[in-house]
Design a protein around this ligand. Sequence first.
Ligand code: LHQ
Length: 268
Amino acid sequence: MAETDTVLYEARDAVAVLTLNRPDKLNAFNDDLHRELRRALDKATDDTAIGAILLTGAGRGFCAGQDLSARDPNTLTSAVDLGATLEKNYNPLVQTLRSLDKPVVCAVNGVAAGAGVSVALACDIVLAAMSARFLLPFCKIGLVPDAGSTWIIPRLIGEARAKGLALTGEPLGAEEAASWGLIWRAVEDADLMDAAFAMAERLSKGPTSALAMTKQAIQQSSDHDFAQQLALERDMQRKAGLSGDYAEGVRAFLEKRPADFRRSKKDA
Ligand code: LHQ
């Protein structure tokens, strides 16, 4: 395992496992963590042997959002521009996760709070341990939800539930999060990493380009009318239909065997 300080990077088969690694702070973000996560995501993106990314946290938490210990008003000599922090770090991070052309699985191993929720929900498939909770505690510190959470959360669970979470800061358990449609699935704590890795491994063996277009099509749908979405699907399908993965998929179906998309990539 190649170890950096605040993010661990491990290539396991075709899956890059990225672990936020500030467990004493429940993996709260500081500048180092942002920088190393950016670097790790770039590395996984550039490595053609990697087909999927799995993001998780070390210790008992997934991510407690922004590290507030460096923001103590008693010791700060001048106000910090939080908009600039978002612009520099969080906004590019969630944009990267959503635009990445490899699937990103998130294993929420414990509490996700504040921007930690945004980071988890910017991933494509989110699994959470039964004991994990999601909270938007911004209202407790006089801030507004950020890093895309006011965009994505109402789209996933509707305005009533989004407002309930954001205006109260109350924790939402993993099972309820799954039943509300905030995440894909809640699994037993002991099974989380195996289940998340199995999901990432499965996706890593999939038709990468088709999966990337599928993710984009679904993400763009809420900004499109029906006709625009039909046009987008047509264009994407045109491209997919010319791919080696499609040829392999159809061949495998006709030969009554599982498709081997790694083979079609080698042939490409
Ligand atoms: C922490 C943190 C933390 C430092 C736990 N920082 N140490 C973006 C852009 C710019 C600026 C502002 O914000 C944003 C977005 C944001 O994310 S703002 C929201 C920031 N996050 C929070 O407000 C969450 C603060 N944390 C909590 O409310 C609790 O820690 C939760 C509910 C997450 C977990 O509670 P517990 O399970 O009871 O754990 P704990 O509170 O005992 O925390 C364990 C340790 O982690 C503790 O340190 P200690 O030395 O006492 O053991 C905490 O101080 C530390 N920690 N979150 N965000």
